[in-house]
Write a protein that binds this ligand. Structure first.
Ligand SMILES: C[S@@+](CC[C@H](N)C(=O)[O-])C[C@H]1O[C@@H](n2cnc3c(N)ncnc32)[C@H](O)[C@@H]1O
Length: 176
């Protein structure tokens, strides 16, 4: 699955930039939980520029190693902070109230503790910051996606709008 998600075939559904570019500006701090091999990370690192950073947090050290090799080839490794986390915490130390944008794609349904995920992520976000939540519609039912949105709401992340993305459920959430 990891290799497929980083493969060119996925670009037939959408390009990384088509999902994230409208939310990013140079200098921003972006959080990407579960980046996998970096399909979106590398494009986000380009878009935030040399003065920005992307904090990529994954439970699989191997994923982060591949991601950083790909980022080095793309010339953007210097602005990626790759962190391996534990199952019981996202490992977001030093980020409280600092994150401008969160992008999380095809990850939340895999998490054993979604309540903890939304709580820790919301704490890392600036007031008014946005989170784009994307889940594959082939793996996640509408009901399950609604449950995720409820947990996000309980953590202070309110739905700004639903977003249309091929083969996905998606919503843009805002921290009040
Ligand atoms: C299906 S992949 C999605 C990768 C990427 N977001 C994408 O869309 O290309 C799910 C990713 O979430 C990571 N993951 C799973 N459980 C996690 C956890 N508890 N904390 C952080 N990352 C986790 C996996 O290691 C994997 O890299």
């Amino acid at each position: 699955m990891g290799y497929f998600l980083a493969s060119p075939v996925r670009r037939l559904w959408y390009t990384p930039g088509s999902l994230v570019a409208a939310h990013l500006k140079p200098g921003m701090t972006v959080l990407e939980p579960g980046p996998g091999m970096g399909f979106f990370t590398i494009e986000m690192a380009r878009l935030v520029g040399a003065g920005g950073r992307v904090v990529a947090v994954d439970i699989e050290r191997k994923m982060l190693d591949v991601l950083m090799r790909r980022a080095a080839k793309a010339g953007v490794a210097d602005r990626i902070d790759a962190r391996a986390c534990a199952p019981d915490s996202m490992g977001l130390s030093g980020l409280a109230g600092r994150v401008d944008f969160v992008f999380v794609c095809a990850v939340v349904h895999e998490l054993p503790n979604q309540e903890m995920f939304f709580r820790e992520t919301a704490q890392a976000m600036k007031p008014g910051a946005a989170l784009l939540l994307v889940e594959p519609s082939g793996h996640v039912s509408e009901h399950e996606f609604d449950q995720e949105l409820k947990l996000a709401g309980a953590a202070g992340l309110k739905i700004e709008r639903q977003v249309t993305i091929r083969r996905s459920h998606a919503a843009l959430l805002k921290k009040s």
